[in-house]
Write a protein that binds this ligand. Structure first.
Ligand code: FAD
Length: 294
C-alpha cells in the first residue's frame, strides 16, 4: 500500500514564494551514507522547499535512490523528490520504479533521459522496449506525481541548437512537467538567456537555476564534464588568481556563488537549487552570505 503522500513541488513553487532546494546523490559505502545523513540533518533547519536524490548511471542506484527518498519522507520534515532516468529500463520497469516511489510516500519525480555510459555527447540508443526522450517519462509519471525536468542553459551537449533545446523544454511542459531545474549555472546571462528563449516558445513553468560553488581548482574540469560545457574563463580566472592557496580559492568560490545567487534572484529566478555533493558546509556558507538563517 502507498505511504501517505508528500506535498507536490509544482504547487509549492507556484504558491510558496522563492524555492530553495538541495540535491544529494546515493552514497557508495557506509562512510558516504553517514556523510549524506549528516548533510541532510545539517540542512533540514533551513526548511528547503524540497530535496532531491539523483539516479545513478544505468540504473545502478535504483534501490538506494528509493531507500533514501523513502527515508527522507518518513524521518524528516522535508519534501523529497526522486530523480529517474530512462537508461537501461523498459517502460514496464520504469512504471514499477514509479510504483516504488509512490509506495515510499514520494509524490515528486525529476524525469530525465539520462546519458549513455560514454557521456552526454555520445550517441543515445534507447533500451529495447524503453523510452527515447525524457518527455515520454514525463507522460508516464504526470498526473500521479508532480514532475520536474532538466533544462540546459548552455544547450544540451548533443543538441544542434539552443532553439531545439527550448522546444524540447516546451514539449516536456506539454507532456505534464510542472517545473524545470537547470544544469550548473555560472553566469546570470546564461540563465536569463534560457528563460527568455523558453518564454518565446511558450514555456511558462518555473525554471530553477542549479548552483554549484567552485571549492577547488581541480573540480573545475569535472564540472565542465558534468554539464557538458567548460566553466566560463572569466569565472575560472577569478579563482585561479588564488592558485596555491586552497583556503583563498574556496573563499573566492563561495563569494562568487553567493553573488551569483543574489543576481539570479534579482533577475527573477523563482528559487535556487543547490548541488550539495552530500556536504552541507558550502551551502551553509552561501546561505550565511545571503543572510538566510536556519
Ligand atoms: P531530453 O530532454 O530527453 O533531451 C536529451 C536530448 O534529446 C537533447 O539533445 C534534446 O535536444 C534531444 N531531444 C529531446 N526530445 C527530442 C525530440 N522530441 N526530438 C528531437 N530531439 C529531442 N542524469 C542521471 O543519470 N541521473 C540523475 O539523477 C540526473 N539528474 C540531473 C538533474 C538535473 C537538474 C539536470 C539538469 C541533469 C541531470 N542528469 C542526471 C543529467 C541528464 O540525464 C542529462 O543531461 C541528459 O543528457 C539529458 O537529459 P534530459 O532529461 O534533458 O533529456
Amino acid at each position: 500500500m502507498d505511504q501517505p503522500r508528500a506535498p507536490h513541488i509544482g504547487r509549492l513553487i507556484r504558491e510558496g514564494g522563492r524555492s530553495f532546494s538541495f540535491e544529494f546523490f546515493p552514497p557508495k559505502d557506509e562512510a558516504g551514507e553517514a556523510q549524506l545523513w549528516q548533510a541532510i540533518r545539517d540542512l533540514e533547519p533551513y526548511r528547503p522547499t524540497f530535496v532531491s536524490v539523483t539516479y545513478g548511471a544505468g540504473g545502478s542506484t535504483r534501490d538506494t535512490t528509493v531507500d533514501i527518498i523513502g527515508r527522507i519522507a518518513r524521518e524528516t520534515s522535508m519534501v523529497p523528490m526522486g530523480h529517474l532516468t530512462c537508461v537501461g529500463h523498459t517502460r514496464e520497469e520504469l512504471q514499477l520504479i514509479l510504483d516504488s516511489f509512490a509506495g515510499a510516500g514520494v509524490s515528486n519525480v525529476l524525469a530525465l533521459r539520462g546519458d549513455p555510459k560514454e557521456g552526454p555527447r555520445a550517441e543515445w540508443t534507447p533500451t529495447e522496449g524503453g523510452l527515447t526522450y525524457a518527455s515520454e517519462l514525463v507522460e508516464l509519471a504526470a498526473g500521479r506525481f508532480s514532475v520536474g525536468v532538466a533544462a540546459h542553459p548552455g544547450g544540451h551537449p548533443a543538441s544542434d541548437s539552443l532553439d531545439l533545446d527550448v522546444e524540447v523544454l516546451r514539449r516536456k511542459q506539454a507532456a505534464g512537467a510542472e517545473f524545470a531545474i537547470t544544469d550548473m549555472v555560472f553566469r546570470v546571462s546564461d540563465y536569463v538567456g534560457l528563460v527568455e528563449r523558453a518564454a518565446e516558445v511558450g514555456v511558462t513553468i518555473p525554471i530553477l537555476p542549479g548552483i554549484m560553488p567552485i571549492l577547488n581548482l581541480g573540480q573545475v574540469t569535472r564540472m565542465g564534464e558534468l554539464s557538458g560545457h567548460p566553466v566560463p574563463d572569466e569565472v575560472v580566472e577569478r579563482v585561479k588568481v588564488h592558485e596555491g592557496d586552497p583556503a583563498a580559492v574556496r573563499a573566492e568560490g563561495i563569494t562568487m556563488a553567493a553573488e551569483l545567487c543574489e543576481a539570479l534572484l534579482a533577475a527573477g529566478a523563482p528559487g535556487l537549487h543547490f548541488y550539495t555533493l552530500n556536504r552541507s558546509k558550502a551551502t551553509r556558507e552561501i546561505f550565511a552570505a545571503l543572510r538566510i538563517t536556519a
